[in-house]
Ligand binder design. Structure first.
Ligand code: FES
Ligand code: FES
Length: 168
C-alpha cells in the first residue's frame, strides 16, 4: 500500500453547524473521523462497506454512507450527524414517532434510519408506504421488521400536513 494513504492532510469543514479544523490520515473514513476524532458516536460503524446504512450522515444536504466517504472528501463541506439534527429539534417529531410506534429496539440502526427518513420527508413530504420502504431499503434493521418504522414515517408525514399518496 502506498504511504500516501497514511499521510496527514489538513481539512476544514462544518460539523453540526460548528467550524472544525483537523489533520487526518488520507485514508481515514468520515465515520471514523466523526466517531473517533470528534466523539460524535451517534452514527454507527456496522458493516463498514456500504451495506447496512448504520453510518448514514448528511453532507451538503445529501445523505451519505460515512464508511464509504473519506474525511478528506468532506473538506469544505457542511456535515450533520444525528447529534446535531437532534439538538436543533428538526427531527423531534420523527424521533417521538419512532418511540411511540416502537420503531426501535436495540437502537443500533436508529441514527442512520432517522437520517434516511428525515431525508425522505425533506424531499417528499407525502411518501407512500412503498416509497418509504424503497428509501430505507439501504438501512438494515435486525430488530423491528420495518413495519413500525414505516408506520412512524407515515405518521409524521400525516402530522406535518401531507396526505400520503396511494400505494404504488
Ligand atoms: S457501516 Fe457504512 S453502510 Fe454499514
Ligand atoms: S432497532 Fe436494532 S437494528 Fe434496528
Amino acid at each position: 500500500m502506498t504511504t500516501a494513504f497514511s499521510e496527514s492532510v489538513g481539512i476544514a469543514l462544518r460539523v453540526n453547524g460548528e467550524p472544525v479544523s483537523a489533520r487526518v490520515e488520507a485514508r481515514r473514513h468520515l465515520i471514523d473521523f466523526l466517531r473517533l476524532d470528534l466523539g460524535l458516536t451517534g452514527a454507527h460503524a456496522g458493516c463498514e462497506h456500504g451495506v447496512c446504512g448504520a453510518c448514514t450522515v448528511q453532507v451538503d444536504g445529501l445523505i451519505v454512507r460515512g464508511c464509504l466517504m473519506l474525511a478528506v472528501q468532506a473538506d469544505g463541506c457542511d456535515v450533520w450527524t444525528i447529534e446535531g439534527q437532534s439538538d436543533t429539534g428538526a427531527i423531534r417529531d420523527l424521533q417521538d414517532a419512532f418511540i411511540a410506534r416502537n420503531a426501535l429496539q436495540c437502537g443500533f440502526c436508529t441514527p442512520g434510519m432517522l437520517a434516511a427518513c428525515a431525508d425522505l420527508l425533506a424531499h417528499d413530504p407525502a411518501p407512500s408506504r412503498a416509497v418509504i420502504r424503497e428509501h430505507i431499503s439501504g438501512n438494515y434493521c435486525r430488530c423491528t421488521g420495518y413495519e413500525a418504522i414505516v408506520d412512524a414515517v407515515e405518521q409524521v408525514a400525516a402530522r406535518r400536513g401531507a396526505s400520503p399518496r396511494a400505494a404504488e
